[in-house]
Ligand binder design. Structure first.
Ligand code: CAA
Length: 293
């Protein structure tokens, strides 16, 4: 059955090569998923060689782990590893028909990335973004072919979380949207069409929820108590562990976007700002009053 709002699947174009801009946490997990499910060449780019190498290294290591667990044969592992490559140059995206970006959550940076990618791909190549909160319509607005832009929002861990938010920008055409749904299906995700509104649906809920937990810490509840207080809700992960998984810098960006859009409903935690500014990655580096240690 076609997902609600998805255009006729006969409009979908075949994807034969994938480009991934960024080789960080989400990008490298996405590269692995595309590789495993589409079996097509996947090229990762980033701003320096160390980042590119780390991204490709992650994909190779995960493929080896799958082979080690007997999920894929050693031959298959070698085939998959040969299909992934890294480059500093977006010219490596030539012939890619689906390019997804997962760079820093900043509109101007993402617009610049898409403008650069557009120089190297065909007019029909899809430009997808994994942004968790920014406007897809704004991201598309400066391009020669804005109709090929679509939101394609995964959740961490990408290999495990079934949901995919597909976001239609004002400019997105039916062929782009149909291709996005077809790729979502190939990736074995449950795709849903969501409105191009700040933080779409999932992060809108999650940011409000996490924001209230952190606010209680800002107000003086101990870190451990605030975290433990969510136990009766039966979540798969406590909020502070989830914060660590998502990354506090990403969470802060999303809460700032949401505060900008709905100042009466979303706040930005001062402790969280200090925490991110200090480059802390482990939530338990906060002391029990919420101050950084
Ligand atoms: N990366 C890859 N695979 C992972 C993983 C990771 N970080 N963590 C777990 N897995 C895999 C395991 O390898 C295992 O796979 P197999 O069964 O194939 O071996 C499977 O997941 C289950 O692992 P566990 O037995 O350790 O499972 P668990 O019961 O502890 O569940 C979890 C782990 C699925 C991550 C679960 O804790 C969970 O659902 N947590 C909530 C995650 C969540 O809410 N994510 C959304 C964050 S918001 C976001 O990402 C959006 C944004 O834009 C900010």
């Amino acid at each position: 059955k076609r997902p609600a709002g998805a255009p006729d699947r006969s409009l979908a174009r075949k994807v034969t090569k994938v480009g991934v801009v960024g080789a960080g946490l989400m990008a490298s997990q996405m590269a692995l998923l595309f590789l495993r499910r589409l079996h097509v060449p996947v090229v990762l780019t980033d701003i320096d060689q160390a980042r590119v190498d780390k991204g490709v290294g992650y994909v190779h290591a995960e493929v080896d782990k799958l082979a080690g667990k007997g999920r894929i044969s050693p031959d298959e592992a070698n085939r998959l590893k040969a299909l992934v490559s890294g480059s500093l140059d977006k010219a490596a995206f030539a012939d890619a028909d689906f390019v997804i970006e997962a760079v820093f959550e900043d509109l101007a940076v993402k617009q610049q990335v898409f403008a650069e990618v557009e120089e190297h791909v065909s007019a029909e190549a899809i430009l997808a973004t994994n942004t968790s909160s920014l406007s897809i319509t704004d991201m598309a607005s400066k391009l020669k072919h804005p109709e090929r832009v679509v939101g394609f929002h995964f959740f961490n861990p990408v290999a495990v979380m079934p949901l995919l938010e597909i976001v239609r920008a004002e400019q997105t055409d039916d062929a782009t949207l149909a291709t996005a749904f077809a790729v979502g299906k190939q990736l074995k995700k449950s795709s849903v069409l969501v409105k191009d509104a700040p933080a779409f649906v999932v992060n809108r809920l999650l940011t409000r929820f996490m924001g209230e937990v952190i606010k209680s810490v800002d107000e003086g509840t101990s870190f451990e108590v605030a975290d433990k207080a969510t136990e009766p809700l039966g979540l798969p992960m406590s909020p502070m562990i989830l914060l660590q998984l998502v990354g506090s810098a990403v969470a802060l960006h999303v809460s700032e976007t949401m505060h900008g859009a709905f100042p009466d409903r979303f706040s930005v935690s001062e402790n969280m700002k200090k925490f991110v500014a200090a480059g802390k990655t482990a939530v338990w580096q906060w002391d029990s009053t919420g101050a950084q240690t």
